[in-house]
Write a protein that binds this ligand. Structure first.
Ligand SMILES: [Zn+2]
Length: 166
């Protein structure tokens, strides 16, 4: 089935993406842009398990994000890890959907431009045809006028002339 779209109508694909975005917006409570980075470190206590075993290093979560060209690493406390993971994941989903919508928008823009070009060409052709028809009609009218002049009504039909006769 050929897909037909214009700036005024949404394609099935775009409707599908929009409805998914609606769903994301209605189901999530927060968004966080950034990448989650888990870091392992030693706490410094020589008697801690982390001191001798790499596998027992303390793990902590950071949210790395860039803003105005600056990258920041934000520490995420343990009790907020789940929330932050969810919000960051939801941001990714929403951002992907928005990017897909943007691609749809670009496609529609290109189609509108192509249609406008095609319409202009058609209008040009139509205008040329109309001009030719007008010229023909004018010629016909002129011929008719000439013919009418030839069989002009006699002077006594004119009311002024008639009164003079009387
Ligand atoms: Zn430790």
């Amino acid at each position: 089935m050929p897909k037909k779209t214009s700036p005024a109508s949404l394609s099935a694909e775009e409707r599908r993406i929009r409805s998914r975005l609606h769903q994301v917006l209605s189901q999530t409570v927060g968004f966080l842009r950034g990448s989650l980075i888990e870091m392992a470190r030693r706490c410094g206590n020589p008697r801690c398990r982390c001191a001798s075993d790499d596998a027992n290093k303390h793990r902590s979560l950071y949210l790395g994000y860039s803003h105005e060209g600056k990258t920041t690493m934000q520490y995420i406390p343990k009790d907020l890890e789940q929330t932050v993971r969810r919000w960051a994941g939801d941001f990714q989903i929403a951002a992907t959907l928005l990017e897909e919508l943007s691609q749809q928008g670009r496609r529609r823009l290109n189609e509108a431009k192509a249609n406008a070009r095609a319409g202009k060409d058609a209008a040009k052709k139509k205008a040329a045809k109309k001009k030719a028809a007008k010229k023909k009609a004018a010629k016909k009218k002129a011929a008719k006028k000439k013919a009418a002049k030839k069989k002009k009504k006699p002077p006594h039909d004119d009311p002024n002339t008639t009164s003079q006769i009387r």
